[in-house]
Design a protein around this ligand. Structure first.
Ligand SMILES: *[C@@H]1O[C@H](CO)[C@@H](O)[C@H](O)[C@H]1NC(C)=O
Ligand SMILES: *[C@@H]1O[C@H](CO)[C@@H](O)[C@H](O)[C@H]1NC(C)=O
Length: 252
């Protein structure tokens, strides 16, 4: 069964300079994910409780959606020193807010309560951190907007860890890669698949590349292969959820 190990930590100091994730992948289990609460966030134990519930749900969801390849094994929650100490809190060692994979902080104006992942690399590169607002973590009425927190976490984790992007790109489902060559817009481009044109129910043929546009003809569908590399397999998560994963146009 999928389980997660918890460590609650209080921040003694903020280390500046050194940044970078400490997450390790061990037999499919992501270990030492650091979730840090910004010291400016008002004390609220519901935040910590709901982080635990979120990760538990996310772990089970990731596990089933990746056909038992991945789950979340251990998480450290870094709690501000300004909050009341509790017996179950350990003193922090090397974890810090600066190094966190996930931060809980007030919203940036631009995003409101939208969960997001800061990505400045390209497709396939790891992101910097996931940002959740306290309201996102404690206000259950936001489920209706974003879906369950566990699923949102997995969605953001795919951005962070695998560098997938949201590409709601129904306007441009294909791009050209050369003369008479085109590809489906997707991330990562390592997702393999077939280009299929439906003729009648149950009947298909291969798509043609139009010479005028150098793109696949309208109505062409990209069907990802059932067997994918581990990293690409996360793409299938979208079919389990109303929260679409990487490329909604894979479903076309
Ligand atoms: C995609 O495949 C190439 C070549 O096989 C590999 O070098 C690259 O790391 C892969 N990228 C991802 C995101 O899996
Ligand atoms: C929960 O979020 C909704 C939508 O942003 C907001 O209208 C409501 O006031 C929030 N409730 C609390 C208790 O903060």
């Amino acid at each position: 069964m999928v389980f997660s190990r918890w460590l609650l930590l209080m921040v003694l100091q903020f280390l500046h300079g050194a940044t970078g994730t400490m997450v390790k992948l061990n037999n499919g289990g992501f270990e030492d994910i650091v979730i840090a609460i910004n010291p400016a966030v008002a004390e609220d134990n519901k935040i910590v409780d709901n982080i635990k519930d979120m990760i538990k749900e996310a772990s089970a969801y990731l596990f089933s959606a990746t056909e038992q390849r991945f789950y979340f094994k251990s998480v450290k929650v870094v709690i501000p020193l300004t909050w009341a100490a509790k017996p179950e809190y350990d003193r922090v060692t090397i974890e810090s807010y600066d190094k966190a994979d996930v931060i809980v902080a007030k919203p940036y104006l631009k995003y409101g309560d939208d969960p997001y992942t800061l990505q400045y690399g390209g497709c396939g590169e790891q992101g910097r951190y996931i940002h959740f607002t306290p309201n996102f973590l404690t206000n259950d009425s936001l489920h209706a907007v974003y879906g369950s927190r566990g699923r949102v976490f997995v969605h953001e984790w795919a951005h962070l860890r695998w560098g997938v992007f949201d590409e709601y790109n129904n306007d441009a489902p294909f791009y050209t890669t050369g003369i008479k060559q085109a590809e489906a817009t997707r991330c990562s481009a390592n997702v393999s698949g077939q280009y299929i044109f439906p003729i009648s129910p149950g009947k298909t043929r291969k798509c043609k590349v139009e010479s005028r546009t150098q793109l696949y003809e309208a109505g062409c569908q990209f069907i990802p292969d059932k067997t994918q590399t581990a990293q690409a397999s996360i793409m299938y998560l979208q079919s389990f959820s109303s929260v679409s994963m990487c490329n909604i146009n894979l479903k076309l």
